[in-house]
Design a protein around this ligand. Structure first.
Ligand code: 3PG
Length: 211
């Protein structure tokens, strides 16, 4: 299994996926891959998540993780389903410890210095910054980087094609997450081509920053 650093280096954009069925998950996975995106965070906001992870993990070239994991029980379900990484919308020591025990990369969210210090105590130096734009976006990340230069952030929440390049330009930003290329209405309407188009656009933006 890839480490978190390897995973983020290979995936500058991590789509946050919400699906109501395994079939939708599989189609989303195919649409992302067709646009060049090679990872997906399937959220535990729907009951379909574990089975969707299992099915999507069969797609060659797609690294499938679990998102919105808020307790160790969900982390266990996610890992049993084959999740290659686990993302939380906050910092739960039990989720982090469980994933560490299972040797699965874990990305908890932190929003301030107190959370970051708790994450560092748990041996975590890369954190999700959520909800990124609502919390002030780039100026907030820069401010947090001053006392915590070792910490890398994955901004998520309000990231889109219009601000992705700005976030990725920051040295302290490892990668960005977001749902803008896999919005629920696109999934519900089966607009797989549009998901592919938005994925390709996101990837092009990410590549233009790293070039
Ligand atoms: C998440 O869980 O990370 C967010 O729901 C994604 O936020 P976005 O929908 O604003 O991209």
């Amino acid at each position: 299994m890839a480490t978190l650093d390897e995973l983020l280096a290979a995936n500058p954009v991590i789509p946050v996926v919400v699906v109501d069925s395994v079939e939708d998950g599989f189609n989303v996975g195919k649409a992302l891959l067709a646009g060049g995106i090679t990872s997906a965070e399937v959220t535990f906001r729907t009951a379909a998540a574990p089975d969707a992870i299992k099915e999507m993990a069969k797609l060659e070239g797609l690294t499938v993780g679990a998102g919105t994991v808020i307790n160790a029980n969900q982390a266990r379900q996610a890992i049993e389903a084959g999740a290659q990484f686990v993302v939380s919308p906050g910092l739960s020591a039990e989720v982090v410890r469980y994933c560490q025990e299972q040797n699965v990369p874990v990305l908890p969210a932190c929003t301030d210095g107190t959370h970051i210090m708790a994450a560092l105590d748990l041996g975590v130096e890369t954190v999700k910054f959520f909800p990124a734009t609502a919390l002030g976006g780039i100026p907030t990340i820069k401010a947090l980087s001053a006392p915590f230069p070792q910490v890398r952030f994955v901004p998520t929440g309000g990231v889109s094609a219009s601000n992705l390049a700005d976030f990725l330009s920051l040295k302290s930003v490892a990668s960005c997450g977001g749902s803008w290329m896999v919005k629920g209405d696109l999934v519900k309407a089966g607009k797989w081509d549009e998901i592919t188009r938005l994925s390709a656009e996101a990837l092009e933006i990410a590549r233009s920053v790293s070039a």
